[in-house]
Each structure stands twice: as structure tokens, then as C-alpha cells.
Design a protein around this ligand. Structure first.
Ligand code: PLP
Length: 386
């Protein structure tokens, strides 16, 4: 029977814990006795300053971010960071050792999002005075004919580390359900960049291994409108070095102005702060990771143990956040999806580019709701197999 609440399996914007929404509701009209909502506060006010710095401090503690990293709140979604990463890290490389005749930017392409990021870099590279080559270190679609696997690391073809501005990868491919289970090993001279939009704070991450970690908030961290960028300070290049770039995409401008060069997305930053409080209440990242492992295992087991369902992703790189699966025919998939709405389950349809089913089970999805989905899968299977 249907539970009295909606089970949101959407990939993003995604479910926000109800206790977080309730707290926001209770503070909506009169935040901290200001007589105003957070939305109405000046971003230069003391009250908002406390929110912004508090959010940064909480993130720093939860993720164990060392002092030589800067935390930036930016806008334009994760997609904007495809360009920002390219501009700023090419600039950092040029600031460090002057113009090379040729600079490389290396991409591990494991799904739709890393592919889009590589395409954006290719587009922008054409415009630069220096010769910048976008190198696909590995490309799952080329190697396997489709996404759903990552070739072994010993087959990756990196560029000359001395000439490489960065190595980029997407830690969790939201559309294809592919997640790296280890940090990719790269030459220590080359900054590693990770798009963690869809697995942000779902597990502990060793920040020290990265040059840049970034993600949009709207999956694991709160509402759309803010992206978080964590960058090693030595990679902040002066604006007049390297590619000409819009001020709003410049990491150093953002850092020098405490993410307030212009009006930041104040309400979204506040909401991220509340989600971080909730994460602390849950016991922090190690605890959350254990829960995410348990939820994902249950769901993959239900898929693997059934003749009706199958997961197109190799077990070595299955996402704990976005579980994608197929049924034995598209007609059955349509029927499967038609049945979920009666159970108050929403957003289970796979991404429009791949079809099938996708259950996004971010931090905020309780295990009991994964159980409800599995129960539906089992009853559907019984009704549709002899
Ligand atoms: N990167 C990943 C891994 C994503 O899942 C998404 C969106 O779903 C993006 C980037 C793009 O994010 P945005 O829509 O915030 O630009």
C-alpha cells in the first residue's frame, strides 16, 4: 500500500530531509530574530556573514578540509564549472611555469557528464593563443561501445605530466550510474579535479589528493542555485595570467572576495548549512557511507537475483547514489513505471538519453524507502514471470 508521503527517487533536484525542510519552515519568517527571512537579509549583513562562514566551517570539519584549501560558493550550476576549471587551471599552469608551446588537459571519460566537460574544454581550447590539447585518457564509450564500465588504470594514456594543467574526472556519473570506487592515481605534479555533484558527502573523501573538488548542491546538499568549489590555494592564479575569463568564473576573484564579489545565492547557502547540520546529526560521513553501502547493496542484490531486471553497469563501478537498471523489454519498463505512481513513488524514469529505470538514493533517502521500492520490484516480478 502507498505510504502517506512521496518517495522521491529523482536524480536532482532531489529529496531534502524533511527535518531540514521543517527547520527552514520554522525559521522562514523570522530568522534569528531579524524579523526577516534569510532571503531578505543583506548579503553584507552580520547575520548572513554568520550563515556563510558557519556553512564553510561545517563543511571544513565534515570533510576534513585542510587550511591550504579555499571553499567557494559559486553560481551557474556544475555546468559552469566545466569552463571555470579549464580557464583557472590552465591559468594556474601558466602562472607556475610560463607559457608552454603546448599544454595538455586530461579527461577520464566515464559517462555523459565527464564527456560534456571534455567537450566544453575542447570548445574553449580552440579560442586560446597557446596550443591546448584536450586528451581523453580513457573513454568508456569508445572502449566498450557504451558507458557502464571503466577501463583498468594501466590502460589509461596520460599526457606528459610536465605539460599537463590538470586531470579531470567525474566521481559519480549520474546518468549512467558509474562511480569510481578509488581515487584515480595521477602524477603528483598534476592537480586532480573531481566533479562530485551527485555523490558529494556520500562518503569520506581524502581532500589532500585533489587540486579541485566541485559539485552543484541540488542532489546531496540542498536546493539548486549554489555550487561548491574546494580548491588548493596554490592553484589560484591572478586574473591577468592565462586565458581571458569572465570575472564571475575566476576562482581567485571569488576567493579574494569570500564568495561575495557579487550577491551570492544566499538562501541556497543557508539551506546547505542546514543539510550539513543534519549530516552531523546522522553521525558524519563514515556513518552515512555505511548506510549508503547497505542501501545500494540491497537494491543491486534485488536486481541481480531476478530474471526480470538487469543492471548494465559493471559491478566494479556501480554507483551507490544512482542505481540504473533495465527490464527485459521496454513495454515492461513502461508498465513498471506506470505502477509506481500508485505507491507514491516518483521520478524513477531513467535519463531521457538512456531510458530504463533510475533510482537515485542519495543520503536523504531512508533505507525503509529503498525497501518499499524493492518490495514493489518483487511483486511486479511475480506478476510478470511464469
Ligand atoms: N555533473 C554531474 C555529475 C551532474 O549530475 C550534473 C547534473 O545533473 C551536472 C554536472 C550539471 O549540473 P547543473 O545542472 O547544476 O549544471
Amino acid at each position: 500500500s502507498a505510504p502517506p508521503y512521496v518517495l522521491n527517487f529523482g536524480a536532482g533536484p532531489a529529496k531534502i530531509p524533511s527535518s531540514v525542510l521543517e527547520r527552514a519552515q520554522s525559521e522562514m519568517l523570522n530568522f534569528d530574530n531579524s524579523g526577516m527571512s534569510v532571503m531578505e537579509l543583506s548579503h553584507r549583513s552580520k547575520t548572513f556573514g554568520k550563515i556563510l562562514n558557519g556553512t564553510k566551517d561545517k563543511l571544513k570539519t565534515l570533510m576534513d578540509i585542510p587550511d591550504n584549501y579555499e571553499i567557494l560558493f559559486m553560481q551557474g550550476g556544475a555546468t559552469t564549472q566545466f569552463a571555470a576549471v579549464f580557464y583557472n587551471l590552465v591559468a594556474a599552469k601558466q602562472a607556475k611555469d610560463g607559457n608552454h608551446d603546448e599544454i595538455f588537459v586530461d579527461y577520464l571519460v566515464s559517462g555523459a557528464w565527464s564527456n560534456k566537460a571534455a567537450q566544453e574544454a575542447e570548445r574553449l581550447a580552440k579560442n586560446e593563443r597557446s596550443k591546448i590539447t584536450v586528451n581523453k585518457v580513457t573513454d568508456s564509450k569508445q572502449q566498450f561501445g557504451r558507458y557502464g564500465n571503466v577501463a583498468p588504470a594501466d590502460t589509461w594514456r596520460f599526457s606528459d605530466p610536465a605539460k599537463t594543467a590538470y586531470v579531470y574526472y567525474c566521481d559519480n556519473e549520474t546518468v549512467h550510474g558509474v562511480e569510481f570506487q578509488q581515487v584515480p592515481q595521477v602524477d603528483p605534479r598534476v592537480p586532480l579535479v573531481a566533479d562530485v555533484s551527485s555523490n558529494f558527502l556520500s562518503r569520506p573523501l581524502d581532500v589532500r589528493k585533489y587540486g579541485v573538488i566541485y559539485g552543484g548542491a541540488q542532489k546531496n546538499l540542498g536546493p539548486a542555485g549554489v555550487s561548491i568549489v574546494i580548491i588548493r590555494k596554490d592553484l589560484l592564479a591572478d586574473l591577468d595570467v592565462g586565458p581571458v575569463r569572465p570575472l564571475m568564473l575566476d576562482f581567485k576573484t571569488m576567493a579574494d572576495n569570500e564568495s561575495m564579489y557579487n550577491t551570492p545565492p544566499t538562501f541556497a547557502i543557508y539551506m546547505v548549512g542546514l543539510v550539513l547540520d543534519w549530516l552531523v546529526e546522522q553521525g558524519g560521513l563514515a556513518q552515512i557511507e555505511q548506510r549508503n553501502i547497505a542501501k545500494a547493496k540491497k537494491l543491486y542484490d534485488a536486481i541481480d537475483n531476478s530474471p526480470l531486471y538487469n543492471c548494465p553497469v559493471d559491478p566494479s563501478c556501480r554507483s551507490r547514489m544512482n542505481v540504473v537498471f533495465r527490464l527485459t523489454s521496454e513495454a515492461l519498463e513502461t508498465k513498471f513505471l506506470a505502477g509506481v505512481s500508485e505507491l507514491n513513488m516518483v521520478q524513477l524514469k531513467g535519463h531521457r538519453s538512456v531510458g530504463g529505470i533510475r533510482a537515485s538514493i542519495y543520503n536523504s533517502m531512508p533505507e525503509q524507502d529503498v525497501d518499499r521500492l524493492i518490495a514493489y520490484m518483487e511483486s511486479f516480478e511475480q506478476a510478470h514471470t511464469e
